[in-house]
Each structure stands twice: as C-alpha cells, then as structure tokens.
Ligand binder design. Structure first.
Ligand SMILES: CC(C)(COP(=O)(O)OP(=O)(O)OC[C@H]1O[C@@H](n2cnc3c(N)ncnc32)[C@H](O)[C@@H]1OP(=O)(O)O)[C@@H](O)C(=O)NCCC(=O)NCCS
Length: 75
C-alpha cells in the first residue's frame, strides 16, 4: 500500500484504524487475504499503531540498510 498519514490534530481519533479497515474490506472483496507494510522504528514510529491493529513482523526488512521492519496483517 502507499503511505498512510493522518494530519497531526486528528491523530488518535480512530481515523487510521478506520482507513486500514476500509482497505482490508476492499482487499477481502477482491479475494486477497493479507496486507503488508513497513515502517522505521524509534521515536514517532507508527509501530504501536500497526501492532494495535494486529499486524505482526513478516520477517522482511526494507531500505538500503534494512532499517524498515516489514509487518503483515492476515485474515
Ligand atoms: C500512524 C497513524 C497513521 C495512526 O493513525 P491514527 O488515526 O492516529 O490512529 P488511530 O487513532 O486509528 O489508532 C488506532 C490504534 O492504534 C493505537 N495507536 C496509534 N498511534 C499510536 C502510538 N503512537 N502509540 C501507541 N498506540 C498508538 C491507538 O491507541 C489505537 O488503539 P485502540 O484502537 O486499541 O485504542 C497517524 O498517527 C500518523 O499519520 N502518524 C504520522 C505519520 C506516520 O507515521 N505514518 C505511517 C507511515 S508508514
């Protein structure tokens, strides 16, 4: 998927969760059974967000130095 960004004043209101749910419903309707993304760790990382939604590490790493951790949500 592309980059997911929620404007600062509107973060923490459930918009990101809703956006992922809508993507999942769209993928389900197309017979796809997983969603993959990646992110950098450290301060401000969206890792806790993806963990809260049920994403788990996929074992893949991305970026020139493998600094982006790959995660996957399966259903
Ligand atoms: C990461 C981002 C997309 C999350 O969207 P959001 O609308 O703020 O998240 P939601 O309000 O839908 O949160 C959903 C869940 O994730 C949790 N969560 C979200 N951000 C979190 C954080 N920084 N730390 C801990 N938990 C977090 C929420 O507590 C919530 O859990 P709950 O529903 O069990 O209470 C948004 O904060 C953002 O755009 N951040 C900056 C850009 C970025 O990092 N983009 C991702 C690039 S891959």
């Amino acid at each position: 998927m592309g980059r997911l960004m929620v404007a600062g004043p509107h973060q923490g209101k459930g918009i990101g969760r809703k956006a992922i749910e809508m993507v999942v419903e769209s993928l389900k309707a197309r017979g796809i059974n997983e969603l993959r993304t990646s992110y950098g760790e450290g301060p401000g990382s969206p890792g806790p967000f993806y963990k809260a939604l049920g994403f788990i590490p996929s074992g893949d790493f991305y970026g020139d130095d493998g600094e982006e951790i790959g995660v996957v949500l399966r259903w």
